[in-house]
Design a protein around this ligand. Structure first.
Ligand SMILES: Nc1nc2c(c(=O)[nH]1)N[C@H]1C(S)=C(S)[C@@H](COP(=O)(O)O)O[C@H]1N2
Ligand SMILES: [Mo]
Length: 223
């Protein structure tokens, strides 16, 4: 671990060696960075807020859509959490603000038979999660990061934050929530990644390990 951090530090001076008291917060195989990598499929979308909405599909009585202002009228929550990307970077103590998924769910009258959600997002991105996981207190639809409106690159105007799973489950640029009785794999889940994605159990892949070099994320864009 020490050697790996030393090696990566030569490439990127802002890799952090964590104190032993907080080492338990870093999942196996992860390196902590102070920077904020920017990772996604496709181009960064730009929206006109007058046209933007979040749509509800599937097993819910209250289908239809929510404007940004309607979401802002719901109770707002701040979450400070660690995030872990499957490409092996983690970032500690990130601060987000938005609406708890549970607050929105309470207003949707979802069928008791619905147990999964497909989170739909731009650009042609989707990811699946059990509703049970989304009901945790620290799962939010975030529109602010680090005290400022969420930037386009990091998923603005609205992204999901699911701290306890690998960060690909935290879809940026969300456009809809589909409530489902049966589970169905999302974009990365169809492409070799684990269906559930617990970083502390290193649930990176569903079958054969995919060969992701440990420093691949260092070649991407950062804030
Ligand atoms: N819409 C969308 N959301 C996405 C992705 C994507 O490709 N498209 N990539 C995921 C992955 S793999 C990661 S690590 C995080 C990266 O978020 P960040 O760019 O804010 O660090 O977004 C996740 N959400
Ligand atoms: Mo990722």
């Amino acid at each position: 671990m020490h050697n790996k951090a030393e090696r990566l530090k030569k490439v990127n001076p802002r890799i952090v060696e964590v104190d032993s008291e907080i080492a338990h917060r870093v999942p196996p195989g992860q390196t902590v960075t102070e920077r904020f990598p920017i990772l996604h499929e496709g181009e960064v979308p730009h929206y006109s807020m007058a046209d933007w909405s979040l749509s509800i599909f599937g097993e819910a009585e209250n289908k239809g859509s929510w404007t940004f202002d309607q979401l802002l009228e719901l109770p707002q929550t701040k979450v400070v959490c660690d995030i872990h990307c499957v490409t092996r970077w983690s970032k500690l103590d990130t601060e987000w603000e938005g609406v708890r998924f549970s607050e929105l769910l309470a207003r949707l009258d979802v069928s008791p038979e619905a147990r999964y959600v497909m989170v739909r997002a731009d650009q042609d991105y989707e990811t699946n999660l059990p509703i049970e996981d989304l009901l945790r207190d620290d799962v939010i639809l975030a529109h602010r990061y680090d005290g400022a409106p969420l930037s386009d690159k990091h998923g603005g105007p609205l992204r999901l934050i699911v701290p306890h799973l690998y960060f690909w489950k935290s879809a940026k640029w969300i456009t809809g929530l589909e409530f489902m009785k049966e589970d169905r794999p999302g974009f990365w889940e169809r492409n070799g990644f684990h269906n559930y994605a617990d970083p502390f159990r290193e649930q990176r892949f569903s079958g054969e390990n995919l060969d992701i070099p440990e420093d691949e994320w260092l070649k991407k864009e950062f804030d």
